[in-house]
Design a protein around this ligand. Structure first.
Ligand code: SF4
Length: 214
Protein backbone atom coordinates (compact mmCIF):
# COMPACT_ATOMS: atom_id res chain seq x y z
CA UNK A 1 0.00 0.00 0.00
CA UNK A 2 0.98 3.58 -0.57
CA UNK A 3 0.92 5.12 2.90
CA UNK A 4 0.08 8.60 1.58
CA UNK A 5 -3.37 7.25 0.76
CA UNK A 6 -3.74 5.15 3.93
CA UNK A 7 -3.04 7.24 7.06
CA UNK A 8 -5.00 4.68 9.09
CA UNK A 9 -2.29 2.13 8.34
CA UNK A 10 0.30 4.29 10.10
CA UNK A 11 -1.83 4.42 13.22
CA UNK A 12 -2.06 0.62 13.09
CA UNK A 13 1.72 0.06 13.06
CA UNK A 14 3.18 -1.34 16.27
CA UNK A 15 4.75 1.08 18.75
CA UNK A 16 8.50 1.38 18.04
CA UNK A 17 11.02 1.44 20.89
CA UNK A 18 14.83 1.71 21.04
CA UNK A 19 14.91 -2.00 21.82
CA UNK A 20 12.52 -2.84 18.99
CA UNK A 21 12.91 -0.03 16.43
CA UNK A 22 10.92 0.10 13.22
CA UNK A 23 12.93 -1.57 10.49
CA UNK A 24 12.70 0.85 7.59
CA UNK A 25 13.91 0.14 4.06
CA UNK A 26 15.36 3.40 2.71
CA UNK A 27 16.51 4.38 -0.76
CA UNK A 28 20.30 4.51 -0.63
CA UNK A 29 20.43 8.13 -1.80
CA UNK A 30 18.13 9.12 1.08
CA UNK A 31 20.70 7.55 3.40
CA UNK A 32 23.40 9.73 1.76
CA UNK A 33 24.86 6.95 -0.35
CA UNK A 34 26.51 8.45 -3.46
CA UNK A 35 24.52 6.03 -5.61
CA UNK A 36 22.78 8.40 -8.00
CA UNK A 37 23.37 7.98 -11.72
CA UNK A 38 26.26 10.45 -11.68
CA UNK A 39 27.68 9.34 -8.32
CA UNK A 40 26.04 11.72 -5.83
CA UNK A 41 23.18 11.40 -3.38
CA UNK A 42 21.25 14.01 -5.41
CA UNK A 43 21.45 16.24 -2.34
CA UNK A 44 18.96 13.96 -0.58
CA UNK A 45 21.16 12.75 2.25
CA UNK A 46 20.03 15.53 4.57
CA UNK A 47 16.29 15.17 3.92
CA UNK A 48 15.64 12.35 6.40
CA UNK A 49 18.78 12.67 8.50
CA UNK A 50 16.96 13.57 11.74
CA UNK A 51 14.31 10.91 11.31
CA UNK A 52 16.78 8.15 10.45
CA UNK A 53 18.91 9.09 13.48
CA UNK A 54 16.06 8.43 15.92
CA UNK A 55 16.69 5.48 18.26
CA UNK A 56 13.30 4.09 17.26
CA UNK A 57 14.44 3.59 13.64
CA UNK A 58 16.71 1.00 12.11
CA UNK A 59 17.42 2.08 8.54
CA UNK A 60 17.99 -0.54 5.86
CA UNK A 61 19.49 1.40 2.91
CA UNK A 62 19.66 -0.10 -0.56
CA UNK A 63 20.03 1.12 -4.14
CA UNK A 64 18.52 -1.23 -6.70
CA UNK A 65 20.00 0.57 -9.70
CA UNK A 66 23.50 0.62 -8.29
CA UNK A 67 23.17 -3.06 -7.43
CA UNK A 68 22.23 -4.00 -10.98
CA UNK A 69 23.87 -1.34 -13.15
CA UNK A 70 26.69 0.14 -11.09
CA UNK A 71 27.52 3.81 -10.53
CA UNK A 72 27.88 5.94 -12.59
CA UNK A 73 25.32 4.70 -15.11
CA UNK A 74 22.95 5.95 -17.77
CA UNK A 75 19.47 7.25 -16.88
CA UNK A 76 16.71 4.63 -16.75
CA UNK A 77 13.11 5.63 -17.39
CA UNK A 78 9.94 3.65 -17.95
CA UNK A 79 8.26 3.70 -21.36
CA UNK A 80 4.68 2.55 -21.82
CA UNK A 81 3.49 2.36 -18.22
CA UNK A 82 4.83 2.27 -14.68
CA UNK A 83 6.73 -0.26 -12.58
CA UNK A 84 3.73 -2.56 -12.21
CA UNK A 85 3.51 -2.69 -16.00
CA UNK A 86 7.24 -3.43 -16.25
CA UNK A 87 6.93 -6.34 -13.81
CA UNK A 88 3.95 -7.61 -15.82
CA UNK A 89 5.90 -7.38 -19.09
CA UNK A 90 3.72 -4.60 -20.53
CA UNK A 91 6.31 -1.78 -20.36
CA UNK A 92 10.09 -1.44 -20.75
CA UNK A 93 12.89 0.52 -19.12
CA UNK A 94 15.17 2.35 -21.55
CA UNK A 95 18.05 4.75 -21.00
CA UNK A 96 18.56 8.05 -22.82
CA UNK A 97 20.38 6.23 -25.64
CA UNK A 98 17.58 3.75 -26.16
CA UNK A 99 19.40 0.82 -24.52
CA UNK A 100 16.99 -1.63 -22.89
CA UNK A 101 17.64 -1.84 -19.14
CA UNK A 102 14.48 -3.76 -18.28
CA UNK A 103 16.12 -7.00 -17.14
CA UNK A 104 18.70 -5.16 -15.02
CA UNK A 105 16.00 -3.05 -13.38
CA UNK A 106 13.99 -6.18 -12.59
CA UNK A 107 17.12 -7.78 -11.11
CA UNK A 108 17.77 -4.69 -8.99
CA UNK A 109 14.19 -4.68 -7.78
CA UNK A 110 14.37 -8.34 -6.82
CA UNK A 111 17.58 -7.65 -4.89
CA UNK A 112 15.95 -4.74 -3.04
CA UNK A 113 13.01 -6.93 -2.10
CA UNK A 114 15.41 -9.62 -0.84
CA UNK A 115 17.23 -6.98 1.21
CA UNK A 116 13.91 -5.85 2.68
CA UNK A 117 12.95 -9.39 3.58
CA UNK A 118 16.37 -10.19 5.05
CA UNK A 119 16.12 -7.13 7.29
CA UNK A 120 12.47 -7.67 8.18
CA UNK A 121 11.47 -4.28 6.76
CA UNK A 122 8.12 -3.08 8.08
CA UNK A 123 7.84 -0.13 5.70
CA UNK A 124 9.88 1.70 3.09
CA UNK A 125 10.72 5.37 2.53
CA UNK A 126 11.79 5.72 -1.09
CA UNK A 127 12.94 8.48 -3.43
CA UNK A 128 10.16 9.73 -5.64
CA UNK A 129 10.49 10.26 -9.42
CA UNK A 130 12.96 7.36 -9.78
CA UNK A 131 12.19 4.62 -12.30
CA UNK A 132 13.15 2.17 -9.54
CA UNK A 133 12.15 3.82 -6.25
CA UNK A 134 9.40 6.25 -7.33
CA UNK A 135 5.99 5.85 -5.77
CA UNK A 136 3.87 8.92 -6.50
CA UNK A 137 5.19 10.61 -9.65
CA UNK A 138 7.62 9.19 -12.21
CA UNK A 139 8.73 10.20 -15.68
CA UNK A 140 6.62 9.16 -18.64
CA UNK A 141 9.40 8.13 -20.98
CA UNK A 142 12.91 9.57 -21.02
CA UNK A 143 13.43 12.56 -18.72
CA UNK A 144 16.45 13.86 -20.61
CA UNK A 145 14.39 15.57 -23.29
CA UNK A 146 13.52 19.25 -23.84
CA UNK A 147 10.02 18.84 -22.41
CA UNK A 148 9.89 16.14 -19.73
CA UNK A 149 6.59 14.30 -19.25
CA UNK A 150 5.42 12.90 -15.93
CA UNK A 151 2.83 10.37 -14.82
CA UNK A 152 1.38 9.13 -11.57
CA UNK A 153 2.73 5.65 -10.91
CA UNK A 154 5.41 3.60 -9.19
CA UNK A 155 8.93 2.51 -10.05
CA UNK A 156 10.00 -1.08 -10.68
CA UNK A 157 11.38 -1.78 -7.20
CA UNK A 158 8.40 -0.07 -5.58
CA UNK A 159 6.06 -2.28 -7.58
CA UNK A 160 7.72 -5.43 -6.26
CA UNK A 161 7.76 -4.15 -2.68
CA UNK A 162 4.06 -3.23 -2.81
CA UNK A 163 3.23 -6.62 -4.27
CA UNK A 164 5.11 -8.24 -1.37
CA UNK A 165 3.12 -6.24 1.17
CA UNK A 166 5.75 -3.67 2.16
CA UNK A 167 4.06 -0.27 2.74
CA UNK A 168 5.80 2.56 0.86
CA UNK A 169 5.97 6.33 1.28
CA UNK A 170 8.02 8.84 -0.69
CA UNK A 171 10.28 11.48 0.80
CA UNK A 172 8.07 14.09 -0.89
CA UNK A 173 5.01 12.96 1.09
CA UNK A 174 5.72 15.49 3.79
CA UNK A 175 2.42 15.09 5.64
CA UNK A 176 2.73 11.31 5.80
CA UNK A 177 6.41 11.33 6.74
CA UNK A 178 5.51 13.71 9.57
CA UNK A 179 2.80 11.30 10.68
CA UNK A 180 5.41 8.55 10.80
CA UNK A 181 7.76 10.77 12.77
CA UNK A 182 5.06 11.51 15.34
CA UNK A 183 4.81 7.75 15.94
CA UNK A 184 8.59 7.45 16.17
CA UNK A 185 9.08 10.44 18.46
CA UNK A 186 6.14 10.91 20.85
CA UNK A 187 5.71 14.56 21.71
CA UNK A 188 7.07 15.74 18.36
CA UNK A 189 4.63 18.05 16.62
CA UNK A 190 4.46 18.43 12.85
CA UNK A 191 4.59 21.92 11.36
CA UNK A 192 1.25 23.11 10.00
CA UNK A 193 0.39 22.93 6.33
CA UNK A 194 2.45 19.94 5.23
CA UNK A 195 1.33 18.32 1.98
CA UNK A 196 1.90 14.96 0.37
CA UNK A 197 3.23 14.87 -3.16
CA UNK A 198 -0.20 14.27 -4.72
CA UNK A 199 -1.56 17.29 -2.83
CA UNK A 200 1.15 19.68 -4.03
CA UNK A 201 -0.25 22.40 -6.30
CA UNK A 202 2.03 21.35 -9.19
CA UNK A 203 0.80 17.77 -9.02
CA UNK A 204 -2.84 18.78 -8.67
CA UNK A 205 -2.53 21.04 -11.73
CA UNK A 206 -0.46 18.82 -13.99
CA UNK A 207 -1.46 15.28 -12.94
CA UNK A 208 -5.08 15.49 -11.82
CA UNK A 209 -5.99 11.84 -12.45
CA UNK A 210 -6.12 9.45 -9.52
CA UNK A 211 -2.99 7.42 -8.78
CA UNK A 212 -3.44 4.04 -10.49
CA UNK A 213 -1.95 2.14 -7.53
CA UNK A 214 -3.65 4.07 -4.71
S1 SF4 B 1 17.66 3.73 -7.63
FE1 SF4 B 1 16.66 4.48 -5.77
S2 SF4 B 1 18.29 4.42 -4.21
FE2 SF4 B 1 19.28 4.30 -6.20
S3 SF4 B 1 19.82 6.42 -6.72
FE3 SF4 B 1 17.84 5.97 -7.66
S4 SF4 B 1 16.33 6.67 -6.17
FE4 SF4 B 1 18.29 6.49 -5.09
Amino acid sequence: MLLAYRPDAIDALRTPTPDEPWRVLVSGCLAAWPCGVEGTDYGLGAVLRDLLALPTVRALPFCPEQHALGTPRTMPDIHGGDGVDVVAGRARVLDEHGADLTEAMLAGARAMLAHARDGGAELAILTDASAACGSQVISDGCRLVPVRRHQKGVGVATAMLLDAGVPVVSQRDHRTVARLRARLEPGWTAPAGLLDHHEHPWTVEHLPRRHPRA
